[in-house]
Design a protein around this ligand. Sequence first.
Ligand SMILES: [Fe+2]
Length: 381
Amino acid sequence: MMTDFGFLGPAQTVFGRGSRHRAFSYAAEHATRVIIVRGNSASWGADLKSELEAVSGDALEVLTQGEPTIAHLQAALEKCRPFQPECVVAVGGGSAIDLGKALAALVPSEGDPLDHLEIVGRGLPIIHDPLPLVAVPTTSGTGAEATKNAVIAIPERGLKVSLRESRMIPRLAVVDPALTDGAPKALTLATGLDALTQLMESYLSVRANPITDALCRDGIPSGIFALNRLMSEDDPTARDSMALVSYLSGLALANSGLGVVHGLAAVIGGRCGAAHGAICGRLLSSALEVNERAVRRAGQNTGRFAQVDAWLADGFGSGMGSGYQSLRRFVDDQGLPTLAALGCNRDDYEAIAEDALNASSTKANPVPLNLWEVVEIIDQA
Ligand SMILES: [Fe+2]
């Protein structure tokens, strides 16, 4: 018997080289006052501001400074609320899109972000409808243009938590792969590994459904090939594939949830402030091994793990004996920083594992893990 499920995605998506101009036409048609959230390097966001002003719209720019913290969000809200915006356009990596998502959700309400944050705040529902959000990713990794949560860091407490609400999903996702051309290799690697982790965790999640399965079965093998290709050459076709794979990974995770890798990444990222994609890429192969063993021990079917292993062996080469080992060799060969280099201290493994077991992403892990299994994942990574 098939399990019941629902599916949520952006109301509209446009994909293609040059499609960035759809962000301009949407904002110009739907709003006279627009907030543009962008990273410093997302220079096209500045062009967008002049284009909107040229058609007599008014645009207010918010620049991101890395992953949004609660203090950034509070300051940005103070700046944006008096402007009375009607639309938010976020251009950049996951950080810019997450900040845009949080602003779109909270500008219409009066309160403080802490009222609505999970874990650290009161977790109150967001009553007022969020402003329409146009999300324009400039990296292929987080898939934030298709998800319903914004990750906010609380540096004083070494935590990363989510503001989460179905209506926070972008109204329009504009995926223009040309915006990712020429991205540095290290960034392409870390963000690409994030997208692959998101697809694999969605595929193995306890909440996987027939639609997320279809997205993952298409995205995982093409993502492995495209990422491998981009490590040797900046190939536009592979950039197109990775942009699509990243979008698919966001759609999948928004509907199926993730697993222990993202549970750990939230905790490690909060403690060390290190890049999310690199942490995921480091943890992925050992998490696959430990999870497969735990699923087998629980007497459940491991067919999906065998499929993931086969895709990895196919894309990264099977000379290492297993696809998981090929993935490990790939991240080593490409120079992905180790957890130690990312600032993760061996003395903290047990405390990290304990916090990761309570993280929201871990709840969708294929099978519950014990503390020592989570420590083993970190240790092997
Ligand atoms: Fe991720």
